[in-house]
Design a protein around this ligand. Structure first.
Ligand SMILES: [Zn+2]
Length: 454
């Protein structure tokens, strides 16, 4: 989700294209459930949740809290750095000069947009790069999350730059053609075109973009694959393969995702998950990813972002005219149809998305919670869910305040997720056996319907 959202920004703002940035040796780990979370007549949801959370030693928790809280500030710093770069491009009339250069090379306005975009994008990328090194490389190593050397990281950045340059140039050429031809209503069509570009990116990403960074292989181990495919069939998903992605080349984070749509969709789990997790954890994670699929989250995303972008472009239309009336002449920008306005437009949209961060986060966090509940019903592994939630705590604060979770979390916190798992466990004691080391494929447990109210 995060990578996809970053790509959206690359397309729409044309300034952020920082894409993050196989061995099938599956260990036979066993799940260790803390005493207070074992089934029994006195099972208490809060006590069980606290017992799970208490597994993480205080120093490790402090470290992951510091990492995640630092991320709050980077959202602010990144925005302020972009603002400084844009002020430099406008006040220094760099943007106007790049436009003049493009106009000297060709009289075709579409080509002018395309030509303008290349130096503009490289300049912004270059000026942001020192911060990218700190944020994406130095800091990740400091917290022990990255497994990549500088050459490998730099290579991923270069590939991300190339992808952003190509997709951004296409997007900007199309968007400026719309602005020139559709008059006062350009912002409505601009917002809708942005959503179409986003859909196009989501469509091609699993097949053409993600493999530029990682290798995807079909999972072959039947002990892992068969229960996953069985659960997929039980939930009406026509999957015949599950993909393993070698993300250990970038980090030691545990993760899985569902990507693509209209025939390019695939469920992938990363090799860290396979190496570090028990079968129960893998099943519950796959149940979660299938939840995204069955609950049609990608199609709901399209509708949500269409509305969100309409609001953003309405703000953009108003704020562009307001700014240009005051400073347009000084910046030598002729109006909203002039491609030299791009840095200003990028900053104003970035401002809109920055201020509305809690809305965007709440949208995705709500879907993630729905997928969690689906995963619990489909996989029936509440303890596996709790155990994997703790591993996600490597890079996400486990126990934030509700306000903090509302503003900053694009996924539910560890406490929220484990509470949901333990609540599910309490209400389903009758179908759960005593804890056992062996995984129970969903097909052995019968089927229960997923939650209906989403
Ligand atoms: Zn998810």
């Amino acid at each position: 989700m995060t990578a996809r959202l970053r790509l959206v920004l690359a397309l729409i703002l044309a300034v952020f294209a920082f894409l993050p940035a196989r061995a099938q040796t599956h260990s036979r780990l066993t799940l260790q459930t803390p005493a207070a979370a074992r089934p029994g007549p006195n099972f208490d949801v809060k006590a069980a949740t606290d017992a799970w959370l208490a597994i993480i030693p205080p120093d490790k928790k402090a470290r992951s809290d510091a990492y995640f809280e630092g991320g709050y500030w980077f959202q602010l710093w990144d925005f302020l750095i972009l603002a400084a770069i844009v002020v430099f491009l406008l006040q220094g009339r760099v943007s106007a000069r790049i436009r003049d250069w493009a106009e000297r090379l060709t009289s075709n306005q579409n080509l002018q947009s395309l030509l303008y975009f290349v130096p503009f994008y490289l300049l912004v990328f270059g000026l942001q790069f020192p911060m990218s090194i700190y944020e994406g490389y130095v800091r990740e190593h400091h917290y022990g999350l990255s497994t990549q050397n500088f050459a490998g990281w730099f290579r991923d950045q270069a590939v991300g730059l190339a992808v952003g340059l190509i997709l951004g140039a296409i997007a900007i050429t199309i968007l400026f053609a719309i602005v020139r031809h559709l008059g006062a209503n350009w912002w409505v069509w601009g917002a809708l075109a942005s959503v179409v570009l986003l859909m196009f990116t989501a469509l091609i990403a699993p097949v053409y973009i993600a493999p530029l960074f990682n290798t995807y292989t079909k999972l072959t181990d039947p002990k892992i694959k068969d229960p996953i495919l069985s659960m997929a069939r039980a939930n009406g998903i026509p999957a015949t393969d599950v993909y393993e992605v070698d993300e250990s080349r970038q980090s030691n984070r545990v993760s899985a995702n569902v990507s693509g749509f209209w025939g390019t969709e695939r469920i992938s789990l990363n090799d860290n998950l396979l190496k570090r997790c028990t079968p129960e954890e893998i099943i519950t994670t796959m149940g979660h990813e299938m939840g995204h699929y069955v609950l049609n989250h990608i199609y709901k995303d399209i509708f949500f972002y269409a509305l969100f972008f309409l609001a953003g472009f309405a703000f953009l239309n108003w704020s562009l005219h307001w700014s240009l009336a005051r400073w347009g002449e000084r910046w030598q920008i002729r109006g909203v149809t002039d491609v030299a306005v791009l840095p200003l437009a990028a900053l104003l949209l970035a401002l809109f998305f920055f201020v509305t961060t809690p809305i965007g986060n709440t949208w995705t966090r709500t879907q993630e919670y729905e997928a969690d509940i689906f995963g619990l019903n489909a996989g029936r592994q509440p303890d596996g869910e709790a155990a994997v939630d703790l591993k996600l705590g490597d890079y996400r604060k486990l126990d934030p305040s509700p306000l903090e979770e509302f503003i900053f979390f694009d996924h539910p916190s560890g406490r929220t997720r484990i509470t949901a798992a333990m609540r599910w466990k309490k209400e389903n004691m009758n179908i759960l056996d005593e804890p056992s080391a062996e995984p129970k494929p969903p097909s052995m447990l019968g089927n229960s319907p997923p939650l209906e109210s989403h």
